[in-house]
Design a protein around this ligand. Structure first.
Ligand SMILES: C[S@@+](CC[C@H](N)C(=O)[O-])C[C@H]1O[C@@H](n2cnc3c(N)ncnc32)[C@H](O)[C@@H]1O
Length: 229
């Protein structure tokens, strides 16, 4: 799996380790970690994640323009490979291109808005062989996904949006952030009632797959029992 906008590797932590988001909040809010140097924190976290690693842990690599965050994710063994590259601005490096051929799943949470169809086009366009990966994205509702899904279609992927459920994200940091988001969401013809107007961003989920895969197993069946209704 390649996690776009991976930051410190939090998605890798949740997928690869037996740890919940609440446990991660408690871990990083712990006073015991407050005075550690970056190198000391890396040593503590390497052990923390190793103790919790699932036996069947998926292999995750990450891309983010924040080089220190990616380097941390690699040092604590959450990310198997990490790239600090900006695919909005240019093509992937030779090393990243080599890696892309082996990727089965491309993801991002909190990335759309920072990255656009340009990044997805470069990730899928640079591949030299192998089957086309699936693309699973949580995108804030204030952003249209149309241009990304159109680009993914040019690479042979059919995009489905999971309907009937949205995913709460972080709380708004200020009144102006809240107002701007409510305006953007309403401007897209969506109703913020019970969602953004409760004080948090909300994301939609999109899955893009080769047409044959999508026909074989509809999105709703695939996620049956996984998604809260
Ligand atoms: C809101 S954070 C999301 C982090 C993480 N995925 C999460 O869900 O908590 C957005 C991330 O996108 C990264 N980012 C911004 N522009 C980027 C770009 N052009 N390419 C890759 N990453 C980018 C930032 O460095 C930051 O780590």
């Amino acid at each position: 799996m390649l996690d776009l906008c991976c930051s410190y590797g939090v998605n890798a932590a949740l997928l690869r380790c037996d740890v919940s988001l609440d446990e991660l909040f408690a871990h990083y809010a712990s006073p015991a970690l407050a005075d550690l140097s970056p190198a000391e924190l890396c040593r503590v976290d390497e052990a923390y994640y190793a103790e919790r690693r699932r036996l069947d842990a998926v292999r995750v690599s990450g891309l983010d323009t924040a080089g220190n965050a990616v380097a941390y994710g690699c040092r604590v063994n959450l990310l198997e490979g990490g790239w600090a590259e900006d695919l909005e601005a240019g093509d992937p490096s030779r090393q990243l291109t080599d890696h892309l051929d082996g990727v089965d799943l491309v993801t991002t949470t909190g990335g759309v808005g920072y990255i656009t169809e340009r990044t997805f086009d470069r990730v899928l366009g640079a591949r030299r062989g192998g089957s086309t990966p699936w693309v699973a994205v949580f995108a804030l509702r204030m952003f249209s996904y149309d241009r990304i899904s159109e680009t993914l279609a040019q690479h042979g992927l059919v995009t489905e949006q999971l309907t009937g459920v949205t995913f709460p994200q972080r709380r708004f940091a200020s009144e102006s952030e809240r107002e701007a988001t409510l305006r953007e969401v309403s401007g897209r013809g969506l109703d913020p009632a019970g969602r953004e107007d409760t004080g948090r961003y909300h994301a939609d989920f999109y899955l893009s797959r080769p047409a044959a895969d999508a026909a074989q197993r509809p999105l709703v069946g695939l996620l049956d029992g996984v998604v809260p209704q």
